[in-house]
Design a protein around this ligand. Sequence first.
Ligand code: VGL
Ligand code: ZN
Length: 199
Amino acid sequence: MSQEALVVVDVQNDFCPGGALAVVDGHKILPLVNELIATFDHVVLTQDWHPDQHSSFASMHPGREPFHSVQMSYGEQTLWPDHCIQGTGGAAFHPALRWTKAELVVRKGFRRDIDSYSAFFENDRATPTGLAGYLRERGIGTLTLVGLATDFCVAYSALDAVRLGFDVTVRLDACRAIDLGGSLEAMTERMREAGVTLA
Ligand code: VGL
Ligand code: ZN
């Protein structure tokens, strides 16, 4: 039987209340996330990690507002407030996150010209982060995903993981959503259709 890992997505200050791209009640997942970390043999964290002037920041697109979309070379991209800038407090893990047990931290979104919601591929859906190879090489085939935000980084990671052949569960009770224009319902449905177990 393949080994299991918990993937904790983007539990960072900027995605929690008071942060630059705060997810409503984002911090409320922490007790459950910490409990899950304690019970899993293997834990991987992701960290949204943008250089300043990242192309996903609305501030880089004069006249455009955060939460609107633009067309990039790789397709449609939602614009965000400046967030999770490398080395800042906003990019740090939430202080209540018990992250010390994590065996790997995957940083993503570090190329200025391309965003990366998924832990597996950047938003061109083609440039790999290396996480799939890491997991396979270690015999890990079963993943449980938790974190922020349900309808962006968690959902894109889950969809890529099933596409890559992993067995994937998303613990919705340990996630919170941004929910832009019905994105939570749309992405939940896409995950269900793709074969992600929603728990
Ligand atoms: C995320 C928007 C921009 C996420 C990251 O973690 O869901 N969302 N960057
Ligand atoms: Zn980001």
